[in-house]
Design a protein around this ligand. Structure first.
Ligand code: FEO
Ligand code: CA
Ligand code: CA
Ligand code: CA
Length: 639
């Protein structure tokens, strides 16, 4: 979601949750930066000398995958850098084309109706249509070769979806029905013909999973007293998913959607309602934030149903190839403001899921399953119901470790750890982070990176749990405006190892405006400046794709950066090059590829959230979040 920009408070629940207070600053920024840069110089020299084992590994992958069109040219060298832009369109390097695949309001079934600019849809039309604010997504190929795109619809731009109302707010039960139906996850079958992708209307796979869909509760909280409600006295079935931000996928073919700012949908009609400390840690209050769900669905009235918020804030698992399957809430992966879920297999076959909690001063987590993955097993999904959560602790001198969240380190039971994960991480002594967004693991398992998008509270105030947020380590700048990407290398390339070596892949900044630490690391220059890295994904060749969700004012601290963008990083040399610029007021997110890698799908979220865009249709039409497909005119692989 959009963050606080130049003092203007925008839509983000993070911004709403927190206010600024003063606290003394200190910084060991120079030490961290020096360390990061000397390593990068070393890596750069290694590559020039042909010593990089990682590149050797990539070469093997390239030939094994039949990559011939681009020969041995690195993808990052195969395109011209795109200049910063404030144009209200998609800007790509010469030779690349884009098209819209699906956008907010597009009907997925033939009984739906086309998006209407004056009404912005109704409850009924939205229930048959693609949702708003698409974010994380993943493409799945069925055994009979169908393309199924699973897409999160994170939240709604109330000023747009209720633009038919003078108040620009939901005013009726049907307005709220429409708003709810624009949230959740869409499964959409796509087909490609002559390089053009389109939605298969009425596909038996098309599906909407909404804030009202029934979910199986799995893991340590299944049947727990804290999960029991009047409607679900056994605590085994929760209704709905919403505010699904980033995503993930499993090797057994399921989609993971991550519930992020779930708290902002609960409120109470009781003016005297007081949240307890556990609710406060997650930003749950009695105050309506504009969605008005509690007004028309008492499940969201936290005063009347105080256990309902315990049933949200999880990673959920969906089987896109089985439209009748009941989706699952994975309580074993913890409850927090989940960003994405990067799933990898450890050296011994256990499943490891890396996850960020996107709030200022919250933590970076890892889940390690008890059992081991077997490609021939039908029960691999059970691996995500039993395991151990860990919180990351970063030390100086590049060292770090994963601290287990277990009764011995937290004084909490397994179920309490799953429910109050933030409190468990505080007790175990994790490192408070600058808003962890997406995590991505390299295909050779050598390294894992996480976008730390920004944190105006770094060195200024504690997190909601009272944990200090000292300047240093992977969070080296006070009042962090621009963000950074931290990287860690698991010991022995084993994701289940408890120790790692870390550095900073990049510190974003503006070298045109600043000469101090805010100029960024040496791999930032006038032609690739950006702020607030957010989306992050590796392609199979090891190129790092970086999407941004930052300040698009193009002024002051952000002068010369233009609109939000998509960049390509080389994790060996540290090079970063701009590949795409999004339309005005949008975030660039949700990166996934076609099976042949000739198409990359990218999410364009919240264009015109402040009224300054008519993307993608132009001509003063209502702006719409959408999924775009990008291809090279020569039909070569992209990444
Ligand atoms: Fe929905 Fe942290 O971004
Ligand atoms: Ca987003
Ligand atoms: Ca963000
Ligand atoms: Ca995000």
């Amino acid at each position: 979601m959009t963050e606080e920009i130049s003092g203007r408070v925008c839509l983000s629940a993070d911004s709403l949750d927190e206010t600024i207070s003063s606290r003394p600053e200190s910084s060991d920024f120079e030490k961290i930066l020096d360390g990061a840069l000397s390593r990068r110089d070393f890596l750069s020299r290694s590559v020039r000398l042909g010593l990089s084992s990682f590149l050797v590994g990539i070469g093997v992958t390239m030939s094994a995958s039949g990559r011939t069109a681009q020969g041995s040219v690195r993808f990052i060298d195969s395109f011209e850098s795109v200049k910063a832009s404030t144009a209200d369109t998609i800007t790509l390097p010469p030779g690349f084309d884009w098209q819209v695949v699906v956008k907010w309001g597009d009907p997925l079934w033939s009984q739906g109706i086309d998006f209407d600019d004056s009404s912005r849809g109704t409850g009924q039309s939205q229930e048959l249509a693609f949702g708003d604010n698409n974010d994380g997504m993943a493409l799945f190929i069925t055994t009979d070769g169908r393309n199924l795109l699973a897409v999160n619809n994170e939240y709604i731009n109330r000023g747009l979806i209720y633009g038919n109302r003078a108040s620009r707010q939901p005013e009726t039960a049907d307005d709220v029905r429409k708003g709810k139906a624009a949230h959740g996850v869409c499964i959409v079958e796509l087909v490609e013909k002559d390089g053009q992708w389109r939605v298969v209307r009425d596909s038996p796979y098309n599906r909407k999973i909404t804030p009202d869909t029934a979910f199986e509760i799995t893991g340590p909280l299944r049947g727990h007293p804290a999960m029991k409600t009047a409607a679900d006295p056994e605590g085994i079935e929760a209704l709905g998913t919403w505010n699904n931000c980033g995503s993930g996928r499993t090797p057994w073919g399921t989609y993971l959607a991550c519930e992020e700012n779930f708290n902002g949908y609960f409120s109470s009609i009781d003016p005297n309602f007081q949240p307890d400390d556990a609710m406060k840690r997650y930003g749950i209050s009695g105050q309506d934030r504009g969605y008005r769900w509690a007004t028309y669905d008492e499940r969201f009235d936290v005063g009347r149903h105080p256990n309902e918020p315990n049933r949200a804030g999880f990673v959920v698992e969906i089987d896109p190839a089985n439209p009748k399957s009941k989706p699952r809430k994975l309580t074993a992966l913890g409850r927090f403001k989940h960003e994405n879920a990067e799933l990898v297999i450890a050296a011994d076959g256990r499943v490891v899921v890396y996850m960020g909690d996107d709030e200022r001063g919250e933590y970076l987590y890892r889940f390690v399953s008890d059992g081991q993955y077997r490609s021939d097993s039908k029960n691999n999904h059970e691996l995500l119901t039993r395991g151990t959560l860990y919180v990351a602790r970063f030390y100086g001198h590049e060292k770090g470790e994963w601290l287990p969240l277990i009764p011995e380190t937290t004084g909490m039971s397994k179920a309490e750890i799953a429910l109050h994960t933030r409190m468990a991480a505080s007790k175990a002594g994790g490192t408070t982070m600058d808003r962890p967004e997406w995590v991505a693991a390299s295909p050779d398992n050598s390294q894992v990176l996480c976008c730390l998008t920004n944190n105006i509270n770094r060195g200024v105030k504690t997190n909601q749990g009272g944990d200090e947020t000292p300047v240093g380590g992977p969070n080296p700048r006070a009042r962090n405006l621009y963000g950074q990407i931290v990287r860690w290398r698991p010991e022995g390339k084993d994701h289940a190892a408890n120790t790692f070596i870390w550095d900073l892949f990049v510190l974003a900044g503006n070298p045109e405006v600043h000469r101090d630490g805010r100029s960024g690391s040496t791999n930032i220059h006038s032609d690739n400046m950006f702020n607030s890295p957010d989306g992050l994904a590796f392609d199979t060749l090891g190129n790092l794709w970086i999407g941004t969700d930052g300040n698009y004012s193009n002024q002051g601290n952000f002068a010369g950066m233009g609109n939000n963008q998509l960049l390509i990083g080389d994790v060996e040399t540290g090079e970063i090059k701009r590949f795409l610029v999004g339309p005005r007021e949008s975030e660039v997110t949700g990166i996934t590829w076609s099976a042949d890698y000739k198409t990359v799908f990218v999410g364009i979220q919240h264009p015109g959230e402040r009224g300054g865009s008519s993307f993608p249709r132009g001509s003063d039409n209502v702006p719409q979040s959408c999924v775009i497909a990008i291809r090279h005119r020569d039909g070569t692989r992209i990444g």
